[in-house]
Design a protein around this ligand. Structure first.
Ligand SMILES: Nc1ncnc2c1ncn2[C@@H]1O[C@H](COP(=O)(O)OP(=O)(O)OP(=O)(O)O)[C@@H](O)[C@H]1O
Ligand SMILES: [Mg+2]
Length: 407
């Protein structure tokens, strides 16, 4: 039986650092214990711009959360945003034997995966996720899990998510300086899928759209794995900039107005109601419809991009496919309905599929950190089953594999 353990997710977003702690009994019993977020100025355009400021901010965020929850943890499951990642598909084929056939083992699968990864990896990159999509036995037989099949050649096609090595090193350095270890690094939007979608949805097929501050990630989950991933360079801050420019307002005021008054539904476009906006110690009236008009071009651009990505994924006309939206940007009033109209798919805001004694916070903002904590737990299960796991089970497995390899 697995002991009750706590996992802390740390999401280094473009706008905010967020942390969350999950208490995990087993794969079905997880409880969200606490969440906390803080703004940072030490992290810009996906890179560390001020190491001291960033590590102070990470320390303050995690430390506050640990104090609030009365816990002592040394490790954080780190998540990075879409600005840091590169997505590529890659693959290769390796020979298994000279003559006849052999039974394909887990070792063969690992060998072909390692080979495909090495071929795709650039000198200054490291891999965050290597997701085999399909194996090919003897160039004809497609298999999701070829272990136990006979074959002479084994091929793989994978979806890989990379990040720049130095950028990652600098971020990890900031976390170390803050006083915490980093056992795992994940792409935060991918990790969000762990809690935003349940098992049935991941198997059946769902599109997860994460609208962050600077960018949007579109992820297609099908047959329990991430099939496709695409970035769109429009995020919640793009709407804020639209309001600031069109209404000639400073960014922080535009941000406040966006959250309280901006909306993307048709009904709001004829809204003549005025709000008073404080500008240079005077109040200036702004009409509701002008706020909506200020963000409409960016909304249109985002919707067109989402349509194009779904078309590229081959799911735009698949009406069964539902969309789940997450990230702070998806909280803009009416945006979910607009995405649903534009794609003709049902769309809903994310939920967090974990229990919580207190209010779990806004799921759109915190699905990422909770997903990171859950990914950390799942990774620890994988380690337990890996060659470093239980020696007796591994030894028996290795003997079985050796037998297949030579006889
Ligand atoms: N209630 C709201 N209404 C509209 N927009 C909102 C609301 N709350 C947050 N946002 C917007 O969400 C964005 C931040 O979202 P989020 O916290 O998911 O980003 P992040 O994780 O820091 O960034 P990224 O994922 O790009 O690295 C900002 O642009 C913010 O203005
Ligand atoms: Mg994010």
């Amino acid at each position: 039986m697995i002991r009750e353990k706590h996992y802390c997710g740390l999401d280094l977003g473009a706008q905010k650092i967020k942390a969350g702690i999950l208490k995990v009994k087993d794969a079905t019993q997880m409880e969200l214990i606490g969440i906390y977020e803080q703004k940072t100025a030490g992290f810009r355009d996906g890179a560390v711009s001020d190491l001291g400021e960033l590590s102070d901010c990470i320390h303050a965020t995690v430390h506050t959360l640990l104090q609030k929850t009365n816990l002592k943890l040394k490790e954080v499951q780190l998540g990075v945003g879409s600005e840091l990642i590169e997505i590529r598909e890659g693959g290769t084929t390796i020979p298994l034997v000279d003559r006849t056939n052999k039974i394909i083992t887990q070792r063969d699968m690992k060998k072909v995966n390692d080979q495909a990864r090495l071929l795709s990896l650039k000198m200054d990159e490291e891999i965050l996720h290597d997701l085999p999509q399909q194996y090919l036995v003897d160039e004809v037989n497609k298999a999701l899990n070829p272990g136990g099949l006979y074959g002479r050649k084994l091929g793989v096609q994978s979806l890989m998510i990379f990040a720049n090595t130095n950028r990652i090193r600098n971020i990890v350095r900031a976390v170390h300086q803050a006083g915490y270890e980093v056992p795992n690094i994940f792409f935060a939007s991918y990790a969000a899928g762990e809690v935003a979608l349940d098992d049935a949805e991941r198997a059946q097929g769902r599109v997860l759209i994460d609208i962050g501050a600077r960018a949007t990630s579109v992820l297609l989950f099908q047959n329990n794995i991430l099939r496709r991933l695409k970035k769109i360079e429009i995020g919640g801050d793009t709407f804020t900039r639209g309001i600031a420019e069109q209404l000639n307002l400073p960014l922080d005021l535009a941000e406040e107005i966006k959250r309280s008054y901006a909306a993307t539904l048709e009904a709001y476009h004829s809204n003549d109601e005025e709000i008073l906006v404080k500008r240079d110690s005077a109040y200036k009236p702004v009409k509701g419809k002008d706020i909506c008009a200020a963000i409409e071009p960016q909304i249109q651009e985002l919707l067109e991009n989402i349509q194009n990505v779904l078309r590229e994924f081959g799911v735009l006309d698949d009406l069964e496919m539902g969309i789940v939206m997450t990230g702070g940007g998806s909280l803009l009033t009416g945006l979910i309905e607009r995405v649903s109209q534009a794609t003709r798919h049902p769309a809903r805001l994310t939920r967090m599929n974990v229990t919580s004694a207190r209010s779990p916070g806004n799921a759109a903002l915190f699905a990422g950190v909770v997903g990171l904590a859950k990914s950390g737990f799942k990774q620890s299960l994988r380690y337990a089953l890996s060659p470093d796991g239980h020696w007796r089970a591994n030894l028996a497995n290795r003997f079985r594999e050796l037998y297949h390899e030579y006889f």
